[in-house]
Design a protein around this ligand. Structure first.
Ligand SMILES: Cc1cc2nc3c(=O)[nH]c(=O)nc-3n(C[C@H](O)[C@H](O)[C@H](O)COP(=O)(O)O)c2cc1C
Length: 149
């Protein structure tokens, strides 16, 4: 079965870069959550869910989409980019996917350039991220989950 990556990347396109790197390895289709008909997810066996982290969680459109689909007999992976390293950012999406019976086979995250709010005053943080190494790590992650396709 084919792999689908659902990605929302609104700040600087940081997470889209990660999605595209993973898609290259997994030969996956990449789409935004509002642009997919929930029924269309039925034809995919492995689905990736990713976005930037906004106010401590994934983008609301991604979370809304999960409410409309079933994960029965499906595998999922979660990814994100964020400004500051904190371990809790995936919790809400992870719990939603588990409640929808998705089997979560992996999670990936890395830093992304941020110049929102106070960070603008100092010219932003994580300049250049995701960088070459981040994209290589995303590809390695994708290689590791290829077996679940
Ligand atoms: C409105 C807004 C809220 C954010 N909230 C957080 C946050 O709670 N924690 C964090 O680490 N980064 C936060 N960030 C930084 C983004 O997660 C980071 O820049 C990310 O790489 C953006 O991804 P994108 O370019 O794919 O949208 C926030 C950025 C914006 C614009």
């Amino acid at each position: 079965m084919k792999t689908l990556i659902i990605c929302k990347s609104i700040h600087h396109g940081n997470t889209k870069k990660i999605a595209d790197a993973m898609a290259e390895v997994l030969n996956a289709d990449v789409i935004e959550p509002e642009k997919i008909n929930p029924d269309e997810t039925k034809k995919y066996g492995l689905i990736g869910f990713g976005s930037g982290i906004y106010f401590g969680k994934h983008h609301k459109e991604l979370l809304k989409l999960v409410d409309k689909i079933s994960g029965k007999n499906k595998k999922a992976f979660i990814f994100s980019t964020h400004g500051i390293d904190l371990p809790l950012y995936h919790k809400i999406l992870r719990n939603k996917l588990k409640n929808k019976e998705f089997n979560i086979v992996g999670e990936f995250s890395c830093r992304g350039y941020e110049d929102y709010s106070v960070f603008k005053l100092i010219g932003g943080i994580n300049k250049g991220h995701p960088n070459k190494e981040d994209l290589e790590n995303a590809k390695k992650f994708a290689e590791n989950i290829k077996k679940y396709r």
